[in-house]
Ligand binder design. Sequence first.
Ligand SMILES: *Cc1c(COP(=O)(O)O)cnc(C)c1O
Length: 465
Amino acid sequence: MHYVSTRGHAPRLGFEDVTLAGLASDGGLYVPESWPSFSTADIAALRGLSYVDTAVAVMRPFVAGALDDAALKSLCEAAYGRFAHAAVVPLKQLDHRHWLLELFHGPTLAFKDVALQLLGLLFERFLANRDTHLTVIGATSGDTGSAAIDALAGRAKVDIFMLHPKGRVSEVQRRQMTTVLAPNVYNIAIEGSFDDAQAMVKAMFAHQSFAGQFNLSAVNSINWARLMAQIVYYFYSAVQLGSPDRKVAFSVPTGNFGDVFAGYVAARMGLPIERLIVATNVNDILHRALSAGDYSVGSVTPTAAPSMDIQVSSNFERLLFDLHGRDGDALAASMKGFETNKRLQLSQGMRDEAAGLFSSTRVDADRMQLAMRWAYDKAGETIDPHSAIGLAAAQDAMLDPSIPVVTLATAHPAKFGDAVERATGIRPTLPSRIGELFERQERYTILPAEIGAIEGFIADQADKA
Ligand SMILES: *Cc1c(COP(=O)(O)O)cnc(C)c1O
């Protein structure tokens, strides 16, 4: 399989190079040159398979030329063997037509583990053949940082430097990062805000001599391999509910459009998906884009579902590429306009095409709380604010009642205990494997929010390696 950039001017690459590159050199995002196609028989053949075997079958065409089945399977066994549930991502029934797909049984209790655990292993394997060393840098307001650190801890030829705003992440979030004592993990608490941290990470990537010298890389969801790993659970859950003989709808709590884009890929591959519901909170750029064609940046309002508090959804570019007929030059012109004007108007043709598969709903705080309470009172399930936004959108969607609707549950409720307690009166408890966090030793470095100090620290540590 080869990959091309959405902006048409980066080299066409194989899976291994795309995984290590992250962003394309023309500023675009890598996508497969064509979508693989699964026949009805191919999908029926997934019945009864374990998560790992489903993963091998679904990802096989995307890694062709880089990994054979045996290699892919051993990576998946290592990645998903660390999940705390035998089903890896169990499907739970809520009522006669609503289901919850629990994606949070990984080591850090966030759905990002599903993709990042595999990505960490892919990095290590692909770097083993090369005379290179990767320096992963990132900024986190909480969840992504811990999932990335857990995935990369102890991996050969990779260092990870994760910046968090000092005193502005919860104690659980901080400890999930700072108690990982592997020698290739560096936690930096900066004396500033999350925006300061993110601005410094961007500045380091833009500082070409520095970025080149240390071979900087990112693990955010612009990396194709992350999206690829997420396609698997759409197939896995749909087959359990009767696919390919029965259509299934999905409701996806959405921020960067990565998770729901994986559902789009599953549909392009032939999985009979009736509808993909894009659920947003009040930060609703995607709802405005899909319902009115208005993709324009507003200001971010903090909510109880912080992983969805986003105003620019980087992976939306991948859908826009297909909506532009896969014309990289046309898309590059549109994105340039968006970067200048902070808005992009989707044509009627693009809106109609997107509406064939996607619908969208904006869920406010009251509706989110109602969904949390409904899940607890009616189905005995405690769900987190992100999952509750997905469930509310699923319940409000106008769908044929014979179609089962799967809501993706993206975080363990105990990660957002305060919000859950406010809605239901019940405080969810952390699983015991995380509870031990409070006894473990922490290690992190406090630095001022100055680019020189951060770069100096990274250079010092890298020299020792
Ligand atoms: C990252 C995240 C999301 C949003 O996923 P995208 O792929 O960015 O759309 C939703 N819920 C939780 C808990 C997350 O961590």
